[in-house]
Design a protein around this ligand. Structure first.
Ligand SMILES: [Zn+2]
Length: 443
């Protein structure tokens, strides 16, 4: 039985396997196939694919495997990847000073490139096909160009959220000159692989006037916004959600990362204004920030996606681990095993993320007409076998080693467990040299 098809010869057919579509009408197709033509999904159905024997089609055998939409990582700082493991005994405020502000000014454009590509490679390895790169080391045109080059080379769908220039400890300022230059030279009209956003410091971190300048700058250029908010208890006194409401900034075009310390009133405001949240449970645990009230936010209909956050505060780019942590923390805080079900966690990592980015008509599920962003999970690993419940095991047992294939925009980025990026070993060696120079002052 076919669930949808456009009359186009596919380039790639994923054949066999359980297809978790994340579409309520289709659900899980136990023995399905997916056809891909160019960058789009052009066929989804049950049983053998009709074009499978055509000589020009690349058939990926997914028999016995699990096919699902690629993960949408709604919050990351790719430039921080080479700072992995730093400030491991610090809470968020001290960690920002000891990592972001201390090392940020020492980054050369090449460091941004290497660090970003390393983070992207790690993300692909765990099945991430879309990432929001909250880039607060947009220190110069060259830094931005280097980070964008890494994003384009990786093949991952990306949002580059221009953040502050990091000058020295505690001094972060928005590089509006660099941003306008980059918007003109590095982004294309209608490009769905690389999309610019703005990521200003939150109000309170700097004054509301600076923040509102950023909001106007973004609106004049048609950019969405993402900010950190209420990651730390120290922010509670400033009541920033209420301030944002007064400033008329809350809404679907503002993605708030963390929202750990929101109260009932804040949740009502977020719900009433359809403001989405990037939930980063692993980083919130690591930096002793607290536990965001995920169950309460979902109960009020707030759109939530998952984020790894930067690798310097996670300390990995593994979305499978983020899903499991989101589920675990929701259950532990509610003392309720149904506080977050595996299918809920998987929704957050796929469709929830796509909705949080305003891209749910483009990505987040497997259906005809959406972009071909898909992953295939091989359940034969020691940590996963035997296969009893594909969704529960994905969330509770899954690891990057189970990700057999990753496809973004119709391009294969990982296949048979191997990243298709060239020179990954050399990239790892380069990242060590960058980290040695930046962290340990080695020449
Ligand atoms: Zn962050």
């Amino acid at each position: 039985m076919r669930h949808g098809r456009v009359s186009q010869q596919p380039d790639i057919i994923i054949s066999g396997g359980a297809v978790i579509t994340m579409e309520s009408a289709t659900g899980i197709i136990e023995d399905g196939y997916v056809g891909i033509s160019g960058s789009y999904i052009t066929d989804v159905g049950e049983g053998p694919a009709p074009d499978e024997n055509h000589s020009s089609v690349q058939v990926i055998d997914a028999q016995g495997m699990i096919v699902l939409p690629g993960f949408v990582n709604t919050h990351h700082h790719l430039w921080q990847t080479i700072l992995r493991g730093q400030g491991a005994d610090l809470a968020v405020g001290d960690w920002v000073n000891a990592c972001v502000s201390k090392y940020g000014p020492k980054f050369l454009p090449e460091d941004s490139y290497v660090s970003s590509l390393l983070g992207l490679a790690e993300g692909i390895d765990s099945g991430i096909t879309t990432v929001v790169n909250w880039a607060h080391n947009s220190n110069s045109r060259e830094h931005v160009e280097a980070s964008l080059r890494a994003m384009r080379e990786s093949g991952v769908r990306g949002i580059y959220a221009f953040g502050a220039r990091i000058l020295s400890e505690g001094l972060h300022e928005m590089p509006y000159d660099v941003i306008d230059y980059a918007l003109e030279h590095f982004f294309g009209e209608g490009d769905e692989m690389l999309i610019p956003w703005l990521a200003p410091p939150e109000p309170g971190f700097k004054c509301a006037e600076d923040f509102m300048f950023a909001v106007r700058f973004a609106r004049e250029r048609g950019l969405r916004l993402s900010i950190h908010l209420l990651e730390s208890q120290d922010e509670i006194a400033a009541a920033p959600i209420q301030l944002l409401q007064k400033l008329k900034v809350l809404g679907p075009e503002l993605l708030i990362a963390h929202a750990v310390h929101v109260n009932k009133h804040d949740i009502e405001l977020l719900s009433a204004t359809s403001t989405p949240i990037a939930h980063c449970p692993v980083a919130n645990m690591r930096l002793a920030s607290g536990i965001a009230p995920l169950r309460d936010m979902l109960a009020r209909g707030i759109t939530v996606g998952l984020g790894t956050d930067g690798v310097a505060s996670n300390d990995s780019g593994d979305m499978l681990a983020v899903m499991k942590s989101a589920l675990g923390l929701a259950r532990a805080t509610q003392l309720d095993p149904r506080a977050l079900l595996p299918e809920d966690a998987l929704y957050l990592a796929t469709m929830g993320g796509a909705r949080a980015l305003g891209m749910d008509d483009v990505i987040g599920s497997i259906c005809v007409g959406k972009k071909a962003d898909l992953i295939i999970i091989d359940p034969s690993g020691l940590n996963f076998a035997p296969l009893n419940d594909c969704v529960a095991q994905l969330v509770l047992s899954g690891a990057p080693s189970n990700v057999d294939t990753v496809i973004a925009d119709g391009h294969i980025l990982k296949h048979q467990g191997r990243l298709q990026l060239p020179n990954v070993d050399a990239l790892v060696r380069k990242s060590q040299r960058c980290a040695d120079r930046i962290i340990r002052n080695k020449k």
